[in-house]
Design a protein around this ligand. Structure first.
Ligand code: M6R
Length: 364
């Protein structure tokens, strides 16, 4: 059942290349994206003035990556909301809203309640889920399946990365239908997506580097993850993973925000994981790394293969293979999943069944 792995979490991390293929299979034809599950007309897509992405935990973090993508290619505002917040305010949802609900299990109580709320306000609802026939898939107007295979470990891994891939595909599909996808851009993203299984495999083959990095941080009481734009979204997910299974207190910060208060907490005892993959903000992120280095933090950089510049500033670097910046989040999280996994093992934690947590949160 664990297929020779010590834990389901490790097995599921290693299943990612296969899971990526399954999420992509049959959905790309001649640089066009299509789903067998649903179809929208140009009029329908044009009618949406706003998009909501609503989810909890890791699924919410995946939605943070979806927002800038959809805004860039559909040119309409997108809000990402935590389901337990969305449902208790008075969200501006109407018939001209597309509301997307992301849930691995399809059973999360708050996400389901948020879906019902949006539906009652007239929104078109679309579920992104891994579980066929789940409550959320049954109640949403449309469902996009992840096809990632069963995820048993409480800590979500392959569901997260396939949620990202599903959102790249959805975004390209909607922008193609609407006619707002810039010339050449779909081809570029789709070919990058197709490289992901192989590139993920390369990261997994290098797993000892992450075990070694885990040994560097395993005794920390507090730790920070920093990054900008997509790298910040990855910081949030990396930090949740580490907290959830290793019980090390971690916080994720938008790198530029650190100096507005939190920098006061940085000392030689707070390791910092600095994610520096986005070329657009690379120099700015590196200046933030210098700020934490000046406070004597031990810094582990996460960078793109071939980046030697970063070596001048950090104590240690973990690399991911070169890939288009826009899809880099899918690869960037893999080293952080492994880092959290090995840190938890080193600390003797129960990786698959962390304390106080359940796989599916069916209470509100
Ligand atoms: O099944 P869902 O995707 O709706 O679950 C949402 C969260 O409970 C879940 O992602 C949780 O944050 C994970 N345990 C994180 O690893």
């Amino acid at each position: 059942e664990k297929g020779g792995f010590d834990h389901f979490m490790l097995k599921e991390i290693f299943e990612q290349p296969e899971a990526f293929k399954k999420t992509l299979t049959g959905r790309i034809q001649n640089d066009k994206v299509k789903f067998s599950e649903f179809e929208f007309t140009k009029e329908q897509v044009q009618n949406w003035k706003k998009i909501f992405i609503v989810a909890c935990g890791t699924a919410y973090h995946s939605g943070l990556v979806g927002k800038p993508l959809l805004e860039e290619f559909l040119r309409i505002p997108v809000e990402v909301d935590i389901a337990s917040e969305f449902r208790y305010r008075d969200p501006l949802v109407d018939e001209e809203t597309l509301a997307i609900f992301i849930s691995q299990s399809g059973e999360t109580a708050d996400t389901l309640a948020a879906l019902r709320e949006a539906k009652s306000r007239g929104a078109v609802t679309l579920a992104i889920t891994n579980v066929v026939g789940s409550s959320i898939s049954r109640e949403a107007h449309h469902t996009l399946y992840l096809w990632a295979g069963p995820e048993i470990a409480v800590a979500s891994t392959k569901a997260y990365t396939t949620m990202l891939i599903a959102q790249y595909l959805l975004c390209i599909y909607l922008a193609q239908v609407k006619g707002t996808m810039p010339q050449g851009k779909a081809e570029e993203i789709l070919s990058a997506l197709q490289l992901l299984p192989k590139k993920c495999q390369e990261i997994l083959a290098n797993k000892d580097a992450f075990l070694e990095a885990a040994r560097n941080i395993k005794d920390a009481q507090n730790l920070f993850f920093i990054g900008r734009s997509y790298d910040y979204h990855i910081a949030l997910e990396g930090s949740l993973k580490l907290k959830e299974i290793s019980y090390i207190h971690a916080e994720a910060y938008a790198a530029g925000e650190l100096k507005h208060g939190t920098l006061a907490l940085i000392t030689e005892e707070t390791p910092v994981i600095a994610i520096a993959l986005q070329q657009k903000t690379y120099d700015k992120t590196l200046s933030n790394v210098k700020e934490v280095k000046a406070r004597d933090a031990f810094v582990i950089g996460l960078a793109m293969e071939g980046d030697t510049e970063i070596l001048k500033t950090v104590d240690k670097v973990l690399y991911i293979p070169k890939i288009d910046d826009i899809v880099s989040p899918v690869l960037a999280i893999v080293p952080l999943q492994l880092l959290a996994y090995y840190a938890a093992c080193e600390r003797g934690c129960n990786v698959d069944q962390p304390r106080n947590l359940a796989k599916s949160v069916t209470v509100e």
